[in-house]
Write a protein that binds this ligand. Structure first.
Ligand code: UGA
Length: 441
């Protein structure tokens, strides 16, 4: 089947490559000429396991192509994905300008019927807006082609995007049009083999499903972070509590790891956007507000611990930092808890020696050259001459450090762990002080 994908960001590029890999003819359109040129030259703009090979092999066999030519994109296929960005506005609501701009482009260049499939995370009601924009654009041209706007949200995780996209837990198809449903079933047939993962519903429910899924996961994390704070104050161990409650299948072990707060491009943005959507209807979402507030507070916890240890005197201290990405296996630092920590440490007058297996370039891009940030290229260099160590991302390489070396190198022999990577008794046996989340020192 021929498919067009507007937007070569995370969602669009992965989706395009995965569809091409099963045999569809995919044309990816992006307004960013430099990005398109790079993709044509086999350079992948994001770090994502398996994506490189998938993009280059399918580009080489001609099934995956890239262009800046929107008109060509609209002509290429009856099936058009919208996978452009929906960054948060100042008030937290999703900014739809890119989605609606593509809708106008589609109306301008349509030469026959189209199914417009929205993959971007967009507020409930966006499909209706896209529909209106296309209808107006067609009317302005005096054209009257049939079209449908379908909501088909994406649930991939960064760091596992290709695998998630190839083996989705569910495929949500939001449409009330049987012809669109049939077309999407055909498109997704290669991903729907052994049991039926397709859930068909009306378009607004599909749009809300995306937000509800992310908000539920964010709620689990904030809940556990709240329990971690309680555990510390009550002389309990949140890791024991986590195992204790996770064994109940109604609760489950997933997404109940306490830590330095959730980050990334999705949870913070989507929870805020859902709060806005709720408020726009006149409903105050008490639970979502609390999920967000807990997370904001949690992102400062590591800094507060470090600052308390030094009695608020961080001027001139050197902090080793392991981890910059918002989670392992990605170089993404959007809303990363590391940024709250870095910025708070700098504001307090400390210097940071940081290491991350892949996000160093990204940190450089965000912060540029500055005297109080030294980016080093391995775990040992980060702790050389540092006063203490802080850990914010649970990369594998941080899981079994040489504690003897740490004790020898860290002047104050302190480890502040925002991801509970170690057994406190083991760390203590090396003469190191250890502060983690929701456990006793
Ligand atoms: C999230 C969802 O997991 C995907 O299903 C969804 O498709 C995606 O957003 C999206 O909307 O595009 P992602 O942002 O890539 O995916 O990252 P997650 O793996 O969900 O992690 C999010 C944050 O939660 C990370 O900062 C992570 O460290 C934190 N987290 C996760 C915890 O603090 N505790 C946990 O138990 C799990």
């Amino acid at each position: 089947m021929k498919v067009t994908v507007f937007g070569t960001g995370y969602v669009g590029l992965v989706q395009g490559a995965v569809l091409a890999d099963v045999g569809h003819q995919v044309l990816c359109v992006d307004v960013d000429a430099a990005k398109v040129a790079a993709l044509q030259a086999g350079q992948i703009p994001i770090h994502e396991p398996g994506l490189d090979k998938l993009v280059t092999s399918n580009h080489a066999n001609g099934r995956l192509r890239f262009t800046t030519d929107a008109a060509e994109g609209v002509r290429h296929s009856e099936v058009i994905f919208l996978a452009v960005g929906t960054p948060p506005d100042e008030d937290g609501s999703a900014d739809l300008q890119y989605v609606l701009a593509v809708a106008r482009t589609i109306a301008e260049h349509m030469t026959g019927p189209r199914i417009v499939i929205n993959k971007s995370t967009v507020p409930v009601g966006t499909a209706d807006k896209v529909r209106d924009v296309i209808a107006q654009g067609l009317a302005a041209r005096g054209a009257s082609y049939g079209f449908d706007v379908v909501s088909n949200p994406e649930f991939l995780k960064e760091g596992a995007a290709v695998a998630d996209c190839q083996r989705p837990d569910r495929i949500i198809i939001g449409t009330s049009n049987p012809a669109s449903e049939a077309r999407l079933r055909e498109l997704y047939a290669p991903f729907n083999r052994n049991h039926d993962r397709i859930v068909v519903m009306d378009v607004r429910s599909a749009e809300l499903t995306k937000y509800a899924a992310n908000a539920m996961l964010a709620t689990k994390i904030s809940f556990m972070n709240e329990i971690a704070n309680l555990a510390e104050r009550l002389g309990a161990n949140v890791e024991a509590v986590r195992r204790g409650i996770g064994s109940d299948p109604r609760i489950g072990y997933h997404f109940i790891y306490p830590g330095a707060g959730y980050g990334g491009s999705c949870f913070p943005k989507d929870v805020k956007a859902l709060v806005r959507t709720a408020q726009d209807t006149g409903f105050e979402p008490l639970l979502l507000n609390a999920v967000e507030a807990r997370n904001e507070a949690q992102r400062n916890v590591l800094f507060e611990r470090i600052s308390a240890f030094y009695g608020g005197q961080l001027q001139g201290k050197t902090i080793a930092l392991w981890g910059l990405a918002f989670k392992p296996n990605t170089d993404d630092m959007r809303e990363a808890p590391s940024r709250n920590l870095l910025e708070a440490l700098w504001a307090a007058g400390a210097r940071v020696q940081a290491y991350d297996p892949v996000a160093m370039k990204e940190a450089q891009r965000i912060y540029g050259e500055r005297g109080d940030l030294v980016l080093v290229d391995n775990v040992d260099a980060a702790v050389q001459g540092a006063d203490c160590l802080a850990i914010v991302t649970e990369w594998q390489i941080f899981r079994a450090p040489d504690f003897e070396q740490l004790a020898a190198n860290l002047k104050d022999r302190m480890v502040f762990d925002g991801r509970n990577l170690y057994d406190p008794a083991q760390v203590a046996s090396y003469g190191l002080g250890y502060v983690s989340i929701g456990r006793q020192p």
